[in-house]
Design a protein around this ligand. Structure first.
Ligand code: ADP
Length: 400
């Protein structure tokens, strides 16, 4: 059997997403999810050839157990022989990694050290890497970093207005996230507009539960809205995005919040959920606006969209040319309401939307939804798994 697939692993604290992808075509052979890990409810669902199979996991219900179950499945269905390598999504690569990296013990230790910058993400990514290095010890494993695409930013864009030693001694700077998604849609934009990727000047908006915007000049990232952590920038599902840092002192000193409560408030109770007092889910809010005229939901969506427009417009200072904007992520790909509200505020930059193209371009469709003779405005479904598979394949091919 030909070795033609990369297994892509995205490990969360209680979940493990995986897919088996042919790196050159992007064809997905198998997908799956192990969820509720570390609890007795842990299960794994694997989809292959249109068949979905869910199995309860056995003790100790952990990531290793999920991977062992996946390995047996791959052997059973003769997919194991097709594996070329394993590609891992790793959230934080710091300044150390601007490209994918073949995982060695040294790389593992560096990812561990970078956990200081991403305590919620890097340790769980490492759990997946360690379990997978045990389960697939005969295969090369590659780390693909969410921060890597943004490493081309200049100091002017990535330094904060803080004492310089906080950067030089403690690495406090803007890193940015969702890099594989911004990279993928920028590359697709170049293909779709028939331009060399090094010539494109575009602003990409990844709008999912987490949201970020990136300014891309000559195919390279020059600025992005997320910062040291994914909390900065846009209003998101449950994250506040940027705010006056003085609010944190006010909450602490005047309102008696503890640091943990503030952390929880800003990351889990704010954003669309906090403002609407209804839901973090864009679909639920749209439904509440359409069916009940829910004013709080409408306000949440308006604030969400205004922040996106404002951030996009602010990148006039980062780019000398602009070919267009790209919407992606669950909201960017599906919500015509959000796209309409965002673009309506960008008239000054020469954007206007075609209403019927906007309504039609949803649910995985790709297209330019701009009104004729206006700047391009694309909806491009993202595919972060494919980027991880492709970059893993490229790296192991260079290595051989
Ligand atoms: P994640 O960041 O977790 O990967 P996604 O990219 O899947 O999340 O985006 C999730 C968001 O996309 C949710 O707010 C969800 O409501 C929104 N979304 C998904 N489908 C639709 C739709 N048809 N209309 C509006 N919003 C949608």
């Amino acid at each position: 059997m030909t070795k033609d697939c990369v297994l892509v692993i995205n490990c969360g604290s209680s979940s493990l997403k995986f897919s088996l992808i042919m790196p050159q075509s992007g064809q997905t052979i198998l997908t799956g999810l192990a969820e509720r890990l570390l609890s007795s409810e842990a299960s794994i669902t694997i989809k292959l050839d249109g068949n979905k199979e869910t199995t309860a996991l056995v003790e100790p219900y952990d990531h290793q157990t999920a991977l062992s179950q996946l390995v047996s499945f791959l052997y059973q269905h003769k997919c194991e022989q097709r594996l070329l390598a394993i590609g891992h999504r790793v959230v934080h690569g710091g300044e150390q990694y601007s490209k994918p990296e073949l995982i060695s013990d040294v790389v593992e230790r560096t990812i561990e050290a970078l956990a200081a910058l991403a305590p919620l993400h890097n340790p769980v990514n490492l759990v997946g890497i360690r379990a997978s290095r045990q389960a697939f010890s005969h295969l090369p494993q590659v780390a693909v970093f969410d921060t890597a695409f943004h490493q081309t930013m200049d100091k002017v864009a990535y330094l904060y207005g803080l004492p310089f030693e906080l950067y030089s001694q403690h690495s406090i700077r803007r890193y940015g996230f969702h890099g594989t998604s911004h990279y993928f849609v920028a590359k697709r934009f170049a293909e779709l507009t028939d331009s060399p990727v090094d010539d494109i000047n575009v602003i990409t908006a990844h709008l999912g539960n987490g949201c970020s915007v990136a300014a891309i000049a000559g195919g390279k990232c020059v600025d992005t809205s997320m910062g040291l952590t994914p909390l900065e920038g846009l209003v998101m599902g449950t994250r506040s995005g940027s705010l006056d840092p003085g609010i944190i002192f006010h909450l602490y000193k005047q309102l008696g919040y503890s640091i943990e409560q503030i952390d929880n408030l800003l990351n889990k109770e704010s954003g669309l959920l906090g403002i609407s007092q209804l839901s973090n889910d864009c679909r639920t809010l749209e439904q509440a606006i359409a069916e009940q005229g829910n004013e709080q939901a409408d306000l949440a969506m308006d604030i969400f969209c205004y922040q996106i427009s404002k951030t996009i417009a602010s990148y006039s200072a980062s780019l000398s040319n602009l070919d267009g904007i790209v919407f992606t992520g669950g909201i960017g790909e599906n919500s015509s309401l959000v796209r309409q509200r965002v673009v309506n505020r960008l008239k000054l930059l020469g954007f206007a939307i075609d209403d019927s193209a906007n309504t039609d371009t949803r649910f995985g469709k790709c297209g330019n939804i701009a009104k004729s003779s206006h700047r391009d405005c694309w909806v491009i479904p993202t595919n972060e798994e494919w980027v991880i598979a492709e970059q893993t394949y490229q790296l192991i091919s260079e290595d051989n």
